[in-house]
Design a protein around this ligand. Structure first.
Ligand code: ACO
Length: 428
């Protein structure tokens, strides 16, 4: 017999079903609450609200566990390629060799973007933030592929749009960077794998030979896997909400990119490096900045610390910290910002304020340091995050459309003025 929760309202007891997930997560199903009782629930920031049932990613914030489709992030980061993980997230299982070959071939067929899109880049100011450029370029893709406007047209058309998007995002991201430094665009090289091709388009020049360092390719592969999905976070919830109106995949992902841009979400990786630079330029007194972060009158927060769901440790941060040490050692990078980051981490982890609030370094604390070592400029850090998160957004959108979820439309508790008579402007 299924469990029930009892709720007493205005002297009447109502029974609500309890839903249990495969990892034993429990939820009270309130989908009929308003019809039954006239009440809604209030949960600003959705801290206790399950917005969907999903079979893609499981995370346990207390235990520091993260699984994609049942596979641990530790195993995937060590053994898989990013494209393999993308397939896993989107289609549900690890691909066989022939499935992976077909997937990769299909993606490679679509890496070019329409030549007319190059003109869009020219219209942006040179200081345009690449996240703004990327978000509008991705939305613009829908105008070049009108058949994508009906997201549920056919399975084949859905797959074509998915493959196009995965193929074109690295090209558009690298071109956003090239445009910002007014360098010529590099066309994709399809004999390269996904990560190598992206690095080539970012750093090669038509005038010289460019050899992509395998250490850098491998670090990028790990970083993208670690960012590939994270269940119902801010940008993914945005994707599900926008997609729920049957908007096309390009505009839906463009909205996800915009949500990711914010400094409390994906934008934090850029903020971390800027914060470390600020501390460094200020003389490197870490204690002073920790004090500032604790001061409620001071808006300063330690960027890269804290997480909405991880209240013990962020398993991605553990993997990335090791990758960070390996990359810096193998590339022989000696970065004073890294010393500051390590001091900051030590001081904060031992501090009562941070301990009491379960504030630990998150994935963004280290990713910025690796990106910097790889030669990626700080304004591109959040773009790198978007590149990694794309398969997760697509998988979540695909799941939602296949489950025919209804349009997302929360309720509210109105606290404004009650009915007022209109007053003529001369009498106000
Ligand atoms: N520095 C100092 N104090 C902090 C920090 C921080 N980075 N993060 C949280 N706190 C404090 C808050 O002031 C609050 O203190 P109080 O209880 O005395 O009022 C308490 O810890 C809880 O913080 P909330 O903001 O309520 O926690 P919430 O879950 O809403 O926010 C968030 C999580 C947004 C990640 C927050 O920790 C933060 O702003 N961190 C810095 C930005 C960052 O690194 N974002 C990246 C997140 S990871 C990602 O998106 C991939």
């Amino acid at each position: 017999m299924s469990e029930l929760a009892k709720i007493e309202l205005d002297g009447k007891v109502y029974e609500l079903p309890i839903i249990t997930g495969t990892e034993n997560e429990k939820a009270i199903d309130i989908s009929k609450l308003r019809d039954m009782t006239g009440y809604v629930t209030l949960d600003t920031g959705y801290k206790n609200t399950g917005a969907t049932k999903s079979a893609i990613t499981f995370l346990d914030g207390e235990e520091g566990i993260l699984h994609y489709r049942g596979y641990s992030i530790e195993q995937l980061a060590e053994k898989a390629s990013f494209i393999e993980v993308a397939y896993l997230l989107i289609y549900g299982n690890l691909p066989t060799q022939s499935e992976l070959d077909q997937f990769e071939d299909s993606i490679k067929k679509h890496t070019l973007v329409h030549e007319d899109m190059k003109q869009f880049f020219e219209a942006y100011p040179s200081k345009a933030h690449p996240m703004g450029v990327l978000s509008s370029m991705i939305a613009s893709l829908a105008t070049f592929y009108p058949e994508s406007l009906d997201p549920n047209r056919s399975k084949e058309s859905k797959n074509l749009t998915i493959h196009r998007l995965i193929a074109k995002l690295p090209t558009l991201a690298a071109w956003a960077y090239k445009n910002s430094i007014r360098h010529p665009f590099m066309y994709p090289k399809n004999e390269y794998d996904y990560c190598k091709n992206f690095l080539y388009m970012m750093f090669a020049m038509p005038t010289e030979d460019y050899k992509v360092d395998p250490v850098i390719v491998s670090a990028l592969n790990t970083l993208l896997i670690l960012h590939a999905d994270h269940e119902q976070n801010c940008s993914t919830s945005t994707v599900r909400i926008v997609g729920s109106s049957n908007s096309n995949l390009y505009s839906t992902v463009s909205a996800g990119i915009s949500a990711l841009w914010g400094p409390l979400h994906g934008g934090a990786n850029q903020e971390v490096i800027e914060m470390l630079e600020q501390i460094h330029n200020d003389g490197g007194n870490v204690d002073k900045w920790v004090l500032k972060a604790k001061d409620k009158e001071d808006p300063f927060r330690l960027m890269g610390f804290g997480h909405r769901v991880y209240k013990n440790f962020d398993p991605r941060a553990k993997i990335i910290k090791k990758a960070c040490d390996d990359v810096l050692e193998r590339l022989g990078v000696n970065d004073p910002l890294l010393d500051i980051a390590k001091k900051l981490e030590k001081v904060a982890l031992e501090d009562e304020y941070f301990k009491a609030r379960n504030l630990y370094p998150n994935v963004d604390f280290y990713s910025g340091i690796i990106y910097k070592a790889l030669g990626i400029p700080s304004e591109m850090f959040t773009v790198m995050f978007a590149l990694g998160r794309l398969p997760g957004w697509i998988a979540q959108w695909k799941e939602m459309t296949e489950n025919k979820e209804p349009i997302g439309r929360p309720r509210q508790i109105y606290i404004g003025e009650t009915n007022r008579e209109y007053v003529d402007i001369s009498k106000r």
